[in-house]
Ligand binder design. Structure first.
Ligand code: 1HN
Length: 315
């Protein structure tokens, strides 16, 4: 039998590549590593800088042109043009008096935190609820939703969606409502999808009494209705610092009240009302309140927990 002809590793690797395969020992990029990498970057977006450009967009872009006048925040990590952290995108949105954002639905789960302005309503699966500053409103997977400003003030809010997770796993479905808006609408003062600021404050007061003055108090906005995102309101009294935390969950904090500083991986980021702080997985962080502060925590913890990947440490 003839000896194999000029058989070399190089020829073997060419054969792998021609078959769309690669040797596990030969790949240029490792597939496994000892612990989560520092990939996405800690970052803060400042509402004071965002608001003027939202207002400019308000003058130049109407709701006929843009079904949603939203401005998404993309993490500055190289190559990313969309996600705020790996699984979640956050956006600022503004709607002017008389404007209507038509109904649509999509598989990504969404929620809103209202910053400023009264007189705007959201309609979620036929339930019309007013959106007031400090409120959090949910739009679960596949729920129809539209927004309309029937008042006299510009209304500003923040959106959070698990769109990047849906991109990653591919189950994206999206439909504009065939009629533009839902026909059967019931106006409700309260709804399970609406977490009112007054109720949040009352829950925080009760929790504060339980943990004692001078400690951070955190309440879950629940029961959970979004499968992929958990929500907590956290009050940090002036001068108090939260315990250092490192978690495999990705976090975004939105500033509802007060001001302070978050230190992520040694990097200090100051924040005040309306700001958005991105804290990617496995970066140790602490919050420090300069004055009494309330932060909304938006986290993909439920996903990590369901899959057995949630690890939390206090380094
Ligand atoms: C969306 O549908 C809304 O319905 C807001 O108000 C922000 C950001 C990305 C993708 C879809 C909304 C969004 C969004």
């Amino acid at each position: 039998m003839a000896a194999p002809e000029a058989d070399s590793l190089e020829a073997l690797y060419d054969a792998f590549a021609s078959m769309n395969m690669e040797g596990g020992w030969h790949r240029k990029f490792p597939a496994l590593w000892p612990e989560p990498r520092r990939n996405f970057l800690p970052h803060v977006w400042r509402y004071a800088e965002v608001k003027p450009i939202l207002d400019r967009a308000g003058r130049l872009v109407d709701t006929a042109q843009a079904e949603r006048r939203n401005l998404t925040m993309f993490n500055p990590v190289e190559g990313n043009v969309y996600s705020t952290v790996r699984t979640i995108v956050a956006a600022y949105q503004m709607i002017r008096p008389g404007e209507v954002a038509r109904a649509h639905r999509h598989t990504p789960n969404a929620l809103r935190l209202i910053l400023e302005g009264r007189g705007t309503y959201t309609v979620v699966d036929g339930s019309q609820v007013e959106m007031r500053p400090g409120d959090v409103l949910l739009t679960p997977n596949w729920a129809w939703h539209s927004h309309a400003n029937g008042g006299g003030e510009d209304c500003y809010w923040m959106d959070f969606l698990d769109v990047p997770l849906v991109h990653l796993m591919e189950p994206m479905f999206y439909q504009p409502h065939p009629a533009g808006l839902e026909a059967d609408v019931t106006e409700l003062a309260e709804a399970p999808i609406a977490f009112r600021w007054e109720d949040t404050l009352a829950a925080l007061d009760a929790e504060q009494a339980r943990v004692g003055e001078g400690a951070p108090a955190s309440v879950t906005l629940g029961p959970a209705q979004l499968d992929t995102i958990a929500l907590r309101m956290m009050r940090i009294p002036a001068g108090v610092e939260t315990a250092s935390l490192r978690t495999t969950a990705n976090n975004i904090f939105a500033v509802v009240r007060g001001n302070g500083t978050t230190v992520v991986d040694g990097q200090a980021m100051e924040w005040r009302f309306g700001d958005t702080v991105a804290i990617p997985a496995w970066r140790p962080f602490t919050h420090h309140a300069a004055e009494d502060a309330v932060l909304l925590q938006v986290t993909d913890e439920p996903v990590l927990a369901k899959l057995g990947w949630l690890r939390t440490e206090t380094p």
